[in-house]
Design a protein around this ligand. Structure first.
Ligand code: BMA
Length: 377
């Protein structure tokens, strides 16, 4: 089958001039490693028909368990790990474990193991505030102060160096594990110190670019850079323009992401479930369109409905609205973490969403780890 499609491609190229349907995507880093390049291309290719399903901290803990080797709520329901694994390196510079208590040594082991299993890793960074001892929600004015020439610049660079060490240590057989890196997320909201209202747009962009260049200089040619504004702070009527607030530029971004919890079925007296579904589609249409124009990949970088109080949430809110839509093409969807019985977003054995999650992942569009085939080649 593979050879057949290869032949068809070669013949198509000979007869039509190079008109493959897959976008000819190119990464922002100048010298990406082969594995990173192939991953990005394969995601672009796969996104034409499929969506990788992802889950934050999937292997680290679940609703009723903690750090059991082989554990995964997604796997317990479906038989497979998710196709994409989200991690967070908040606290990397100050502790053995991240802010959600995942030990960095374990995280590294799981990141490498996912790579060996042929699934994908993405890393966000709830970065502690470099100018105070506070966390990422401590909105003490910071961004300007950590840019070159800022008084806290060195403190910032020290944090970056810790992240560089961590990313470098995620390697096997001299190959750095490719990672979709998603720093400074939801920056159009005002809840993080890098958010709107706590710095000017120009400084946000300067911070992103400085960080990109710094990591590239340190040889991190395994990073795929994901930009991810939050839907709740986009006026849907003007969302395309507002989405680009803080956009660091096509040379600094690979993934046109969106975090969306706002349109996902949460009770809202002002917006019905049906309107939310419409808005969900509109948001994804916008990032699809932008990704196509920019020759990049779109993704629903974070989503979910806490506690999944709707039996058919996975099909009704997540999958069905985008099934068969030509104007929506996203490489992956990632739901947030299963921290405990109050704070969880993925199905687990015995939960009311279990049967519906089965229909969701059994849909040919949705890919889990076991559906992926040589994504790094
Ligand atoms: C938030 C919540 C917090 C968590 C943080 C970073 O959305 O899940 O409990 O500490 O993300 O992962």
């Amino acid at each position: 089958m593979k050879y057949l499609s290869f032949l068809v491609c070669v013949v198509a190229i000979i007869f039509s001039g190079c008109d493959s349907a897959a976008p000819s995507v190119k990464l922002a880093v100048k010298s990406p490693t082969d594995a990173t390049k192939y991953l990005y291309r394969n995601l672009a290719e796969l996104s034409q028909e499929n969506i990788l399903f992802g889950h934050q901290d999937d292997r680290a803990y679940g609703v009723h368990w903690w750090a059991e080797e082989g554990g995964s709520d997604v796997k317990a329901v479906s038989g497979s790990y998710p196709a994409l694994h989200g991690w967070d390196i908040g606290k990397i510079s100050q502790s053995e474990a991240n802010l959600d208590s995942v030990n960095f040594d374990d995280m590294r082991r799981w990141i490498i193991s996912n790579y060996e299993n042929g699934s994908v890793n993405t890393v966000s960074w709830h970065m502690y505030n470099p100018t105070s001892s506070g966390d990422s929600w401590d909105t003490t004015a910071t961004v300007k102060a950590i840019l070159p020439d800022g008084v806290y610049h060195n403190a910032y660079v020290e944090k970056l160096d810790k992240a560089v060490d961590f990313f470098r240590s995620c390697q096997i057989n001299d190959t750095l594990v490719p990672i979709i890196f998603r720093p400074f997320h939801e920056h159009n909201g005002n809840w993080f110190w890098w958010g709107k209202g706590h710095c000017i747009e120009e400084d946000y962009i300067a911070l992103w670019r400085f960080t990109f260049d710094y990591f590239e200089d340190k040889g991190l040619n395994n990073l795929i850079w994901a930009f991810s504004p939050d839907r709740s702070r986009l006026n849907i009527e003007n969302a395309r323009q507002e989405y680009l607030y803080g956009y660091p530029g096509d040379d600094y971004v690979d993934i046109i992401g969106l975090d969306n919890y706002a349109d996902m079925g949460r009770e809202n007296e002002h917006v019905s479930a049906e309107e939310q579904i419409e808005n969900y589609k509109r948001g994804l249409r916008i990032i699809t369109e932008l990704a196509r124009e920019k020759n990049k990949i779109a993704a629903l970088s974070e989503t979910g409905l806490e506690q999944i109080p709707v039996d058919n949430w996975f099909t009704k809110h997540l999958l069905n609205p985008i099934k068969g839509a030509d104007d929506i093409q996203i490489a992956y969807i990632m739901v947030w973490r299963n921290a405990n019985q109050q704070h969880f977003y993925a199905s687990y054995p015995g939960h009311r969403s279990e049967a519906d999650f089965k229909s969701f992942y059994q849909d040919p569009i949705i890919l889990l780890e076991s559906d992926l085939d040589r994504i790094y080649e």
